[in-house]
Design a protein around this ligand. Structure first.
Ligand code: MEV
Length: 438
C-alpha cells in the first residue's frame, strides 16, 4: 500500500471523502454512504462539529448514558457518562444506589492550583541569574496584565513565579515555574498565553540587565507550556459506613467482605500490575464524565497516572480501611477541569450534560468526577471479591451441563464442591458425572 497524499487539508470535505473512499475501499460508494450516514441533517450543527478539528469527514458516535442516584455531599446527581464499555454505566448506577442508602459520597476539593513552566537555557553565573530574577519578577506580572485582568476579576490569576535551577539534571537548564488559579476554566489557554509573555519578558529584560555579560544575556527559551501534572489540584472522594451495613444480596458476611475488599485495595497499593488495572477501573468512571462534560480526558489521564506514581512506584489511587467497626473507602486524585470555556458552551450535548449536573462550578465537577471514579472502583472490587467475573461464567457453564445430565440435588452439591476452584471444561464435568454415577 502506498497512499501518501500532498495537500490533503486543502481539499474540500467531499474531495477528502472521495479520496479516502477510492484509496482504501473496494466499494467506494458503500464507504461514502457509511461516512455520510453519520452526518447530521442540521447543517449548522454539522458545521460546528466539522470545525472542532482539521480534516473532518464524519462524526464518530459514542453512547451517552445516565447513572442516577448519586448522593454527593447531601445532593442527588444524575451523572451523564460517555463510554463504549457495556457494563460501566450499570456498575456506576448500582454503586450509586448502594451508597445512597449508606450516607452517600463525601467529596472535598483540597486545592486547585495549576502549573506552567518556561523551560530555558542559561550559560553563566547562577548568582547573577538569581539576582536578575529577583529584580525582574514584578515585570512578569505587569507585562501579563492585559491577559490576567479578566481572570483576576473572577478571583484567579498568577499565584507565584519561581526560578528553578535544574542544572544538576540537565546542563544549563532552568525554569520559570509558575502557579495559577484559573477558577471555573481548565485554564490551558490562559496559562499558555501568560507563559509565552513570561518568555518574551525574560529574553527582553535579560538584554537590559547590566550585570550580565553578552553571553549571559543570550537566554535561550526552549519552550513555554502548562503542565498536565497538577499534584496541587486535588479532590478527595470518600464513602464510609458501619461494616454490618455493607450486607446485601451478594454480601452475606459483611465483615469477611470488608476484610477481603481492604485486602484487594492493599494488593493494588503494592503491586503495579494490579494497580494499573485497578486504576483503569477508576478511570472508566472518571473518563466517561470528563468526556460528557467536554473536558480533556488525555490531560486528566496523563496527570492521574503521574500522580499514581508519585512515590516512585505506580500504586493504587484508592485506599480502604476498617477501624472501630467502620469501613472507609476513599481516593484522592488530581483533576484539572473546566465548566466554562473550551467545548462547554459549544457542544450541545456538553451543555446538556452540564445542565443535568446543575451547572456545576469546576470544584463541584471535580467532586462529581472523582466520586464516579470511586463508585466504579467499588463496583469492580465488589464483583471481583465476591462473585468474580470468571466464577459467573463457570457457574453458568456448569449449570448448563448439570441440566443436560438431569442431575439430582445431591449430585449437584458434590459436583459444584468438586469444581469450586477448578477450571471447568465440558469434558471434565461429563467425566466427573460419569465417574460419580458408576
Ligand atoms: C474493566 O474495564 C475494569 C476492571 O478490570 C477493573 C478492575 O479490575 O478493578 C474490572
Amino acid at each position: 500500500m502506498n497512499n501518501a497524499i500532498a495537500g490533503f487539508s486543502k481539499l474540500s470535505k467531499e474531495e477528502k471523502i472521495n479520496w479516502i473512499a477510492t484509496e482504501y475501499f473496494t466499494s467506494p460508494t458503500d464507504a461514502i454512504a457509511t461516512i455520510k450516514q453519520y452526518w447530521n441533517n442540521d447543517e449548522s450543527l454539522q458545521k460546528l462539529h466539522d470545525e472542532f478539528i482539521e480534516n473532518t469527514i464524519t462524526n464518530f458516535y459514542l453512547p451517552m448514558g445516565i447513572a442516577p442516584n448519586f448522593l454527593i455531599n447531601e445532593n442527588y446527581y444524575s451523572v451523564p457518562m460517555v463510554i463504549e464499555e457495556s457494563s460501566v454505566v450499570a456498575a456506576a448506577a448500582k454503586s450509586a444506589k448502594f451508597w445512597s442508602t449508606r450516607g452517600g459520597f463525601k467529596a472535598t476539593v483540597l486545592n486547585s492550583e495549576k502549573i506552567g513552566q518556561v523551560h530555558f537555557l542559561y550559560k553563566g553565573d547562577v548568582d547573577k541569574l538569581e539576582q536578575f530574577f529577583k529584580q525582574t519578577k514584578s515585570k512578569f506580572y505587569t507585562e501579563t496584565d492585559s491577559i490576567t485582568k479578566n481572570m483576576q476579576k473572577r478571583g484567579g490569576g498568577i499565584l507565584d513565579i519561581e526560578l528553578r535551577n535544574k542544572t544538576k539534571e540537565l546542563e544549563n537548564y532552568f525554569q520559570l515555574h509558575a502557579t495559577f488559579e484559573t477558577k471555573d476554566s481548565m485554564g490551558a489557554n490562559f496559562i499558555n498565553s501568560c507563559l509565552e509573555q513570561f518568555a518574551k519578558t525574560l529574553k527582553e529584560e535579560a538584554q537590559n540587565f547590566s550585570d550580565f555579560s553578552d553571553d549571559e544575556k543570550d537566554i535561550q527559551v526552549v519552550m513555554s507550556i502548562l503542565s498536565n501534572y497538577v499534584p496541587n489540584c486535588i479532590v478527595r472522594a470518600e464513602v464510609s459506613c458501619r461494616v454490618e451495613e455493607l450486607a446485601e444480596k451478594n454480601i452475606n458476611n459483611p465483615q469477611e467482605f470488608a476484610e477481603k475488599f481492604v485486602q484487594a485495595v492493599k494488593i493494588a497499593e503494592i503491586e503495579p500490575f494490579r494497580a494499573v488495572t485497578h486504576n483503569k477501573g477508576i478511570m472508566n468512571g472518571v473518563d466517561a464524565v470528563v468526556l460528557a462534560t467536554g473536558n480533556d480526558f488525555r490531560a486528566v489521564e496523563a496527570g492521574v497516572h503521574a500522580y499514581a506514581s508519585r512515590s516512585g512506584k505506580y500504586s493504587s489511587l484508592s485506599h480502604a480501611k476498617i477501624e472501630n467497626g467502620i469501613f472507609t473507602f476513599w481516593m484522592e486524585m488530581p483533576l484539572a477541569l473546566g465548566t466554562v470555556g473550551g467545548l462547554t458552551s459549544l457542544h450541545p450535548l456538553v451543555k446538556m450534560a452540564l445542565q443535568i449536573l446543575g451547572k456545576p462550578s469546576s470544584h463541584q465537577l471535580m467532586q462529581i468526577v472523582a466520586v464516579t471514579g470511586l463508585a466504579q472502583n467499588f463496583a469492580a472490587l465488589r464483583s471481583l471479591t465476591t462473585t468474580g467475573i470468571q466464577e459467573g461464567h463457570m457457574k453458568m457453564h456448569i449449570n448448563n451441563i448439570l441440566n443436560q445430565f438431569e442431575t439430582s440435588d445431591e449430585e449437584r452439591k458434590t459436583i459444584k464442591k468438586h469444581f469450586e476452584n477448578k477450571t471447568i471444561s465440558h469434558a471434565s464435568v461429563v467425566s466427573f458425572i460419569e465417574n460419580l454415577r458408576k
